[in-house]
Design a protein around this ligand. Sequence first.
Ligand code: AHG
Ligand code: MN
Ligand code: MN
Length: 330
Amino acid sequence: MSEPGKTKFQIDLRRHLREQEVNDNLTHLICEIAEASKYIINSIRTGDLGVAGTSNLYGEEQLALDVLADRILRKRLDHSRVVANMMSEEMDEIIPVSPDCEGKYSVAFDPLDGSSLVDVNLAVGTIVSIFEGCDLLQQGRNQVAALYVLYGPRTTLVYSVGKGVHEFGMNNLMEFTLLQENICIQPKGNLYSPGGQRNKYTPGTEAFVNHLEERGVKLRYSGGFVPDINQVLLKGKGIFFYPHLKDLPNGKLRLLFELNPMAFLVEQAGGAASTGRQRILDLQPNEIHGRAPVFIGCKEDVALAEEFIAKFESETPAEEKKTSKKKFAG
Ligand code: AHG
Ligand code: MN
Ligand code: MN
């Protein structure tokens, strides 16, 4: 893929998108998001770690960083001239940016996932899901692109436009240059990343975890969705799950701006992403802040989780049926 005379490590994000034959508007959008990440990094490093004194739609106390990161991205998208609608974890509703959809994109994003980990200096990230046109309440399989930026010991960006998954590193000039192309996940893994409290696991998930432990699979969990998924992707051998819990039938993670983009990336790398009963990317969202349980990573391990759940838990929770079937009335 690299141009003659250019080592692939000098390939920057814009050039790589051009080589992937991505159209100008989508290239501009992805590069604007990458540009915004520089300001988010700065706010993480120097910003106020306190609470913003406000809460989001979930009633979760917003950290100043959540609000700041949201504002940085919202401003970039607002002025990009290629966005029709946008929504984020920090917004109560979809924000219209431009009335016409022609050649434009709609963006769902989590401006700072894992923000509560910043004050203990653990890795956090930005997650972005991109659809063509105006409709954000489509099945995730219709995404045209997905990406995340991981603010860890190194700042990296991982994206896909449906032609494989590619990783970029931020250099000392704060440019993203190619680190590796066409990342692949093995069929079976040797690590698992279990979210949620173990004492609230349902019988199927419990049996699945016992199987993994008997198999000697190592537990790796940071509490940050972006670094935990990045580990599964880049090691190519693992499964992350935040399952349905006894008191949370739909788990914790949000479909539009956490699960859909990560499911798109992991499937593009040859992995799988399921609620434990059905493919995440087939779910029909019926509201912007809907949640779903998730098992995501090595194909065989995700299939095994589905088998344990089918075997030990016959009935699909009513909640999940609603999320997957009813078309959004709005
Ligand atoms: P956010 O900070 O955007 O609200 O997301 C936090 C999520 C995700 O990063 C992680 O997988 C999960 O919360 C961890 O939840 P627990 O603290 O319940 O393990
Ligand atoms: Mn999040
Ligand atoms: Mn967040």
